[in-house]
Design a protein around this ligand. Structure first.
Ligand code: MG
Length: 166
């Protein structure tokens, strides 16, 4: 039996360093530190891409967009998210919903959440209501708590698009 649903999960971490830009959920967050990365280091998008790829049975973000490839140097992760959704749709699936947990000690990102949801929805060509971004600190514990890094977890549900072959 094949269900018309597919679920996937994703996880990403980037190191934080002084003087770099901090991009989260496709939005530039004002902070003294940013992600050390080959791309823009957006952990929210990278975790989400892995959840989508996993759900579609399409391996992972590093497989499709290798960080050794110059094409992806400093790339806007929203482009990677758009390409990921194209691959998902090519496989005959559409996004049901996605739920993301961003783990960051500082700064508070509460005010950025609606913009992140809008930005992700736009990149994925879906409704913002299908995407939930949540944020938490880790109570000063671990690498996130020490502000050495930022992490994100994502789950995504895909639904078989009607009339398309999977
Ligand atoms: Mg990453």
């Amino acid at each position: 039996m094949t269900l018309p649903f597919r679920i996937g999960n994703g996880y990403d971490v980037h190191r934080l360093a002084d003087g770099l830009e901090l991009w989260l959920g496709g939005v530039r967050v004002e902070h003294s530190k940013g992600s050390v990365a080959h791309s823009d280091g957006d952990v929210v998008i990278h975790a989400l891409c892995d959840a989508l790829l996993g759900a579609a049975g399409l391996r992972d973000i590093g497989y499709h967009f290798p960080d050794a490839d110059a094409e992806y140097k400093n790339i806007d992760s929203k482009i990677l998210l758009g390409r990921t959704m194209s691959m998902v749709r090519k496989k005959g699936y559409e996004l049901g919903n996605a739920d993301i947990v961003l783990c960051l000690q500082r700064p508070k990102v509460k005010g950025y959440i609606p913009a992140m949801q809008q930005s992700l929805a736009q990149a994925m060509q879906t409704d913002a209501g299908n995407i939930c971004v949540k944020a938490t600190t880790t109570e000063t514990l671990g690498f996130v708590g020490r502000e050495e890094g930022v992490a994100a977890y994502a789950v995504a549900l895909l639904v078989k698009a009607s009339g398309k072959q999977a």
